[in-house]
Design a protein. Structure first.
Length: 239
């Protein structure tokens, strides 16, 4: 990415810096795009899809239900709105990286960490609600495990639980940061080359990498959504 993220609208309230950077701008743009997509798709909905927007929306709904919610045993009616929104938000945020001069908010570890901690806190709250104050910790031990082995297993499970949001955030950040950095590097070779052969291969490589980045953007949105759903599912299961 860039060593410094350009500030578009400086906003300072005392010691608090609320400036709108390029990453924040594109994050807001992605959020608006998700809302507009939903409004676009819900116009003149028919039982048999006739409009392109409804086709796209139903494909997205079916993907979320079949590939994310059902494998994790989550109620479709209850959880589809949340996971459809987060999937589209992350996917559109990831696609920002293919726009020349743009920089995705997901390329900032602060944003990916914030997203991960939203689902981490949600999972903790659901676990506490489902199992109560005493069952909260007991629920982290697999069923059928008793005796001294619990003393060995519990710290491992607790550490695993604590590190889940960090793993989720770093995975998304590194893939987006690395892919965009590689794309910039290949394009830079073309700019610095003194003959016409290197630019040809650099541009060709950039196009291939661009298509690959679109694929990676989709996969990363899916992985983040699936692992978030898994975290929620583990929280509300009996064991």
């Amino acid at each position: 990415m860039h060593s410094e993220v350009p500030v578009l609208i400086p906003i300072h309230i005392g010691a608090l810096d609320l400036s709108i950077t390029a990453q924040i701008f594109w994050t807001i743009t992605a959020s608006i795009a998700v809302i507009l997509f939903g409004l676009w798709a819900r116009r003149r909905i028919t039982r048999v899809p006739e409009r392109l927007s409804q086709h796209f929306f139903e494909i997205a709904l079916d993907f979320i239900e079949k590939q994310i919610l059902e494998p994790n045993g989550l109620n479709i009616r209850r959880w589809t709105p949340l996971f459809l929104s987060i999937f589209l938000f992350i996917f559109l945020n990831n696609l920002v990286n293919i726009i020349p001069g743009a920089t995705s908010g997901n390329s900032n570890i602060n944003q990916t960490m914030a997203l991960a901690f939203v689902f981490f806190i949600l999972a903790l709250a659901l676990r506490f609600k489902q199992h109560g104050p005493f069952g909260f910790f007991r629920s982290m031990i697999p069923s059928g495990i008793n005796g001294p082995i619990v003393a060995l297993l519990f710290p491992i499970e607790l550490i695993s639980l604590i590190f889940k949001p960090f793993s989720l955030a770093i995975r998304l950040f590194v893939n987006l940061f690395g892919g965009h950095t590689l794309l910039i590097t290949i394009i830079a070779f073309a700019a610095m080359a003194q003959d016409f052969i290197v630019p040809i291969f650099s541009v060709g490589g950039s196009v291939i990498l661009l298509l690959f980045e679109i694929f990676v953007s989709f996969i990363q949105a899916y992985i983040f959504s699936f692992l978030s759903a898994l975290m929620v599912s583990e929280a509300i299961q009996e064991h």
